[in-house]
Write a protein that binds this ligand. Structure first.
Ligand code: C5P
Length: 220
């Protein structure tokens, strides 16, 4: 291992998008590439953690020494996380979970009709909030991708979802976030925050994992 910051710890990381089926051939999803979550998994392994990726559909190779659990929908992801969250030390929610899913999944392909159509949607479960509400609960870390007022929304999410730490990033900034290889984030916890300068996702992932290791080691 490159370092021992998380030696002996179990880490579960969600990554990628979720896909919410509409019918046998269609789904709702988003542009998450999974790169940040996979970079975090690599950094956690480097730090000596036993690492599991709960991954939505992405086109990335499984990092070495990482256990990978593939899921499709938000509800699948929730089930996979709930099975594992009570027995892990650190939970990092990096996935771009679809906020809503179609109210019904049609058995047959939906046929086109008139000029207008509409779709009934229902809210998906909030996975990281569910994990943070558990008992026992792991040190729980969320991400906040925002297009404005980034730090305020992130602090609000930290409190509302009862997280221990949140990683805020401005997805409106040119060349950063989602499909990009670079990012620039501010890591916020209850009593402090640290800005991490623009860098490759693997470099940032290592810095985020070191901050998590420092704070997860302290009494909550
Ligand atoms: O509320 P918002 O979606 O912006 O919160 C983002 C954070 O919450 C991320 O850590 C994301 O992985 C997590 N999340 C989740 N389940 C959802 C929605 C978001 O775990 N249904």
């Amino acid at each position: 291992f490159a370092n021992t910051a998380l030696a002996g710890k179990r880490v579960v990381i969600t990554a990628g998008p979720t896909r919410e089926a509409l019918d046998p051939v269609r789904y709702l999803s988003n542009h998450s590439s999974g790169k940040m979550g996979y970079a975090l998994a690599r950094a956690a392994v480097e730090a000596g953690a036993r690492t599991t990726l709960v991954s939505g559909p992405v086109g990335l190779a499984t990092p070495e020494h990482v256990e990978r659990v593939d899921v499709i929908s938000a509800r699948d992801m929730l089930a996979a996380c709930q099975e594992r969250s009570a027995s892990c030390d650190i939970f990092i929610a990096c996935a771009a979970v679809a906020d809503y899913r179609p109210a019904e999944i049609q058995d047959q392909k939906i046929k086109k009709g008139g000029e207008h159509s509409s779709l009934a949607l229902v809210r998906n479960p909030d996975i990281v909030a569910a994990v943070a509400a558990g008992s026992p609960r792991p040190f729980t870390v969320g991400f906040a991708a925002e297009t404005r007022d980034v730090l305020n929304y992130a602090r609000d999410k930290l409190a509302r979802k009862n997280l221990d730490m949140i990683v805020a990033n401005d997805v409106a900034a040119e060349g950063l976030g989602f499909a990009s290889d670079e990012n620039e984030v501010t890591v916020i916890w209850r009593e402090g925050e640290q800005a991490l300068a623009r860098a490759g996702k693997q470099t940032l992932a290592r810095q985020i994992i070191q901050l998590i290791a420092t704070h997860a080691g302290q009494p909550q």
